[in-house]
Design a protein around this ligand. Structure first.
Ligand SMILES: CC(C)(COP(=O)(O)OP(=O)(O)OC[C@H]1O[C@@H](n2cnc3c(N)ncnc32)[C@H](O)[C@@H]1O)[C@@H](O)C(=O)NCCC(=O)NCCS
Ligand SMILES: Nc1ncnc2c1ncn2[C@@H]1O[C@H](COP(=O)(O)OP(=O)(O)OP(=O)(O)O)[C@@H](O)[C@H]1O
Length: 199
């Protein structure tokens, strides 16, 4: 039986950083953010729906999606964000499940689903156990502003678009505290996977 683990956290809490660490244990990761980019490529159904809903002004000259522009619209306006979610999420869910099922069918020992909105979108049923990558809010804000060059206001808008990471930590089966060094984080992950007998 394949162990299906859900990995989540809040924006810039360190999901991708932890996600990469699973490579070292040869555990495959299905990345919802990555899939959400695939399903909005020109020609895809979700792409057409986004253009119909938000207009040509969210496109670049080459007709690909201008993610910065769309982000600036949806993180300022909850109703618009909901509209975008209603377009993108069903397509992401379908692809994620297809890939999860391919791993379970091929008899993989374990697989990780990296889903930023695991709790918000009520996807807990997709996985057996959940890990939340936790950081304190001041660390999260600083790392987000540093990584993406957002102003404090833009960074707050994005953080506020999700359930607070503290609340996610309360819902998790396990918490990885990513306030320290990457090495500290790696060690927590390794001991958790040993405890769960995944490695
Ligand atoms: C708005 C978009 C175009 C901005 O793209 P951009 O390249 O700037 O950001 P990216 O996709 O890398 O997302 C970065 C982080 O933002 C957060 N985030 C993204 N979308 C959302 C959302 N709808 N609600 C709350 N947080 C979100 C996540 O933590 C994600 O890891 C893009 O995020 C998007 O299409 N979002 C809707 C789909 C979605 O919910 N994706 C996240 C989970 S599948
Ligand atoms: N332990 C750490 N020490 C220092 N910097 C870190 C640490 N963990 C992550 N970072 C940095 O913080 C930023 C956010 O991390 P990461 O991209 O992994 O977050 P994320 O949760 O995947 O974000 P998103 O939700 O936007 O996809 C990155 O610039 C990353 O390099």
């Amino acid at each position: 039986m394949t162990r299906v683990i859900g990995l989540t956290g809040s924006i810039a809490s360190g999901k991708s950083t932890v996600s990469l660490m699973f490579d070292e244990f040869n555990i495959p990761v299905i990345d919802a953010d990555k899939i959400s980019r695939e399903v909005v490529m020109p020609g895809e159904k979700a792409y057409e729906q986004i253009v119909d809903t938000f207009g040509e002004e969210v496109l670049r000259e080459d007709k690909s999606l201008d993610r910065k522009k769309l982000g600036a619209i949806v993180f300022k306006n909850e109703e618009k964000r909901q509209q975008l979610n209603n377009i993108v999420h069903p397509a992401v869910r379908e692809k994620m499940l297809e890939r999860r099922d391919a791993y379970t069918t091929s008899g993989e020992k374990s697989v990780v689903l990296d889903i930023p909105l695991l709790f918000e979108s009520k996807l807990k049923g997709f996985v057996e156990k959940t890990i939340v990558v936790y950081v304190d809010e001041d660390v999260q804000l600083a790392r987000l502003m540093e990584r993406d060059g957002y102003s404090e206001e833009e960074a707050h808008q994005r953080i506020n678009a999700q359930m607070p990471v503290k609340k996610k930590a309360e819902l998790a089966d396990a918490i990885i505290d990513n306030n320290g060094t990457r090495r500290d984080t790696y060690q927590q992950l390794e001991s958790l996977l040993r405890e769960w007998e995944v490695i």
